[in-house]
Design a protein around this ligand. Structure first.
Ligand code: BGC
Length: 757
């Protein structure tokens, strides 16, 4: 009875809230209607136009050139959004122009790349993804949103939900790695974090699912390059995180720079009209990527700017980021009947809706509060959140003879590598609102532990000259000064901590690499130090998987510390000293050789997957490298050890409406309390489209005390077994499946079941 009442009450509450929501929606739609009725075509087109920040807004007004055009357009109400204007003072200034000087005073939505923090930097997204900790990831995004919103920003161009299997592509640092299931969960967590429960609250901002679609599959990992993928990969691998974003009510999408199967994403009706706004019934708006409308000309798709604008508008690109083509051509295109007024109205309605939801029509300056900006941005509380996230993001790749954790007292430690003292690299590449050189370095973090004697030598310089977000880096490949000193310092020490990898500006947009080794002269430095002292803890600082075979073969302990943000060094020191037991797991496969790339765990079997014996070559392999990775997806160790046992399935079959319980025992067999991310994979053994050898379908984080055992369970339903089939629909097909359980994609336990009708 009690349960019945609870259910009945919640049903009433649900209906009421649904009813209330509908009433609110109707009210908003009516407001949008009334506003649209007042707007001229030029003003409508204006809402579809987004400009980059263009002059020091707090300085004199621009008199000539591009900047003065933009200024005039703001006054005319021909600009719907600006990006890269930030800080309350600047935002207030531009908002004031449109609100007070344009005819209708429609407020701007202010966009910015708040990728893994605003002032306070959390770890880069790939690193955060290694935590597999959805709550922590959501909290980190919420923290970023709070700071950005306090600085006048109302819209972030994040999360990037592009799946990528290619570590050569520099932007893997910005995503959640290679897996569509993990990527989907993380996409939702980030969106929930940014947007919160109430978009009109002063600490939440609109999010963007980007880049739609296929950007992570650029040929040969070269940024902006051609993408050519078939239906199965597009639907089963690339689309799921975008679908999850729609489910999480992400307010905007950004399309991508690339051509997808011959058609640029910005002019791609199939992607934007048929799939996104059609099949998925998406109600938010789509912004183009920076200048991507103009780039349709260089792609060899559009004849000129006018035809690019025509294709983009017809294909469902609602807002033009920095191509200036809608503002130039869209009015004429409508008057000539090449783009229907309905399409323009639809785009404008979508944009206005987000502005209403943000509360900008109630108060255009609601995100412009100097006091809040001062207290929130870079606050101690946020720095603690960044530290917590950083600890969770670290992955222990190798730990022979329990070299780690380090003793806290009485040992002599050499710390080597320019990255050990680097306060800039840990901030990553997307950190435009943070201040340069403000991360806690590894050296600073280690120094806070006073019981040991530390000696630091940089070894070799990693880069020469300037380090900026926009320019090429000059990597040092010739100057060996410092190697001899580092070798000298390493001699007779109990342990050598070497911090090596990539500079913070070696990954990110426009930063593809063909070589994934430790960059510059760092490998040489590592080997020289190893020759005098092999007791090395290698701390990797990097934005993508690296090929570190030599280190894996020789160095006893390896810690993947990515670029961990503002509190990087503190988190690393806590891990090295065992004040935090590592629990991260790789969200991307580490190859042995760049020639294996793209390399990923959820590959398809070939017809000839294994060696037929007798030294025959006719099987799918390389003659000079194994097929297997260096570290598989999902890999990550702890200072304790876990064992998996007693896998049990509640039945050996399930039907399409039923469920199957998969349970097993997880034991902590080591000396430390620890957390393990347990992973459930399946394999659909035969299907209308061949399925991968393994697919992640669920995961959980389990904490165990030393000696403790817990029974852990997962539930499998037909929903989990769905894929985009040869019938071109999402369905689970009957047949035989395998189920795997383990602490990585290599998995420890295995069983099977059948799906019946
Ligand atoms: C990137 C986007 C980013 C935009 C605005 C582009 O170059 O591809 O991801 O949001 O710039 O800064």
């Amino acid at each position: 009875m009690k349960n019945f009442l609870v259910v009945a009450f919640s049903l009433v509450a649900f209906c009421q809230s649904n009813y209330a929501q509908k009433a609110l929606d109707n009210k908003m739609e009516k407001k949008i209607d009334s506003l649209m009725a007042l707007m001229t075509l030029e003003e409508k087109v204006g809402q579809m136009n987004q400009y980059n920040g263009f002059w020091n807004v707090t300085g004199p007004v621009p008199k000539e050139g591009d900047a003065s055009n933009k200024y005039e357009h703001l006054k005319k109400g021909w600009v719907g959004s600006m990006l890269n204007v930030r800080g309350v003072e600047e935002v207030r200034k531009v908002q004031k122009i449109v609100v007070e000087e344009s005819r209708l005073g429609i407020p701007l939505i202010i966009g910015f790349d708040v990728i893994h923090g605003y002032r306070t930097q959390s770890p880069i997204p790939l690193a955060e993804s290694a935590s597999w900790d959805l709550e922590a990831i959501e909290a980190s995004a919420a923290m970023a949103a709070e700071e950005a919103a306090a600085s006048g920003i109302t819209w972030t161009f994040a999360p990037m939900v592009d799946i990528s299997r290619d570590a050569r592509w520099g932007r893997v640092m910005e995503g959640a790695g290679e897996d569509p299931y993990l990527g989907s969960q993380i996409a939702k967590a980030r969106i929930n974090g940014f947007q919160g429960k109430d978009l009109s609250a002063s600490n939440t901002i609109a999010a963007t699912a980007k880049h739609f679609a296929g950007y992570g599959f650029s040929e040969s990992g070269r940024d902006y390059n051609t993408v050519d993928v078939g239906t199965s990969t597009l639907y089963n691998i690339i689309f799921p995180p975008f679908m999850a974003a729609v489910e999480a009510d992400v307010k905007t999408f950004m399309n991508s720079f690339n051509i997808l199967n011959g058609i640029p994403a910005t002019g791609n009706s199939f992607l934007q009209r048929e799939v996104l706004k059609g099949e998925w019934d998406y109600k938010g708006f789509v912004v183009t990527d920076w200048g991507s409308m103009t780039e349709m000309i260089t792609h060899g798709y559009s004849k000129d700017g006018e035809s690019a604008a025509e294709s983009a508008a017809n294909a469902g690109s609602d807002m033009d980021m920095e191509s200036y083509l809608y503002v130039k051509h869209l009015k004429n295109l409508v008057n000539e009947g090449k783009v229907s007024l309905d399409k323009v109205d639809d785009a404008v309605r979508r944009i206005l809706r987000v502005k209403f939801e943000l509360g900008l029509f109630d108060d255009p300056y609601k995100y412009c509060n100097e006091e809040r900006e001062k207290t929130v941005v870079g606050s101690d509380k946020n720095m603690e959140i960044a530290l917590g996230m950083a600890e969770k993001s670290i992955v222990l790749l190798k730990n022979n003879d329990q070299l780690l954790p380090l003793k806290k007292n009485g040992i002599n430690i050499a710390v080597i590598g320019s990255l050990a003292a680097d306060k800039n690299s840990p901030l990553g590449s997307w950190r435009l609102a943070s201040k340069d050189n403000t991360a806690v370095s590894v050296l600073e973090g280690l120094k806070k532990y006073k019981g040991n004697k530390l000696s630091y030598e940089k070894g070799v310089e990693l880069v020469k000259g300037q380090e900026t977000f926009i320019n090429e880096l000059d990597i040092n490949t010739t100057d060996r000064t410092g190697i001899a000193e580092a070798v000298e310092v390493a001699k007779n020490k109990d342990v050598v901590v070497m911090v090596l990898g990539e500079h913070g500006f070696q990954s990110g947009e426009g930063r593809s690499r063909t070589n994934l080794d430790l960059s510059g002269l760092q490998q040489e430095l590592l080997e020289a130090v190893y020759a005098v002292n092999s007791n090395i803890v290698l701390v990797l600082m990097n934005g993508r998987p690296l090929t570190i075979n030599w280190a894996n073969d020789n160095v006893p302990a390896i810690v993947e510390a990515w670029q961990l943000g503002s509190r990087s060094g503190d988190a690393i020191a806590k891990i090295l000293y065992g004040d935090y037991n590592p629990s991260g797991k790789l969200p991307m496969t580490f190859p042995k050789n760049v020639g294996q790339v793209p390399l990923y765990y959820n590959y398809m079997s070939t017809g000839r997957p294994s060696n037929p014996g007798d030294n025959l070559v006719f099987w799918s392999h390389y003659t000079d490298e194994a097929n297997t990775p260096l570290y598989e997806f999902g890999h990550g160790l702890s200072y304790t050890s876990f064992s998996y046992d007693k896998l049990k399935l509640s039945a050996n079959s399930l039907n399409k409406t039923g469920e199957l319980k998969v349970s097993f025992d997880l034991s902590n067999t080591g000396k430390y309390e620890g957390k393990e991310v347990v992973q459930l994979y399946i394999q659909d053994l035969f299907a209308s489209r061949a399925r991968p050898v393994k697919e992640l379908k669920d995961f959980k984080m389990v904490s165990l005390k030393p000696g403790e055992t817990k029974n852990v369970s997962f539930t499998i339903s037909a929903k989990k077994l769905e894929f985009y089939s040869a019938n071109n629909k999402w369905e689970a097909e009957t047949g035989d499946f395998k189920v795997f359980i383990g602490g990585s994609s290599a998995t420890q336990l295995e069983s099977d079941f059948t799906l019946k009708n």
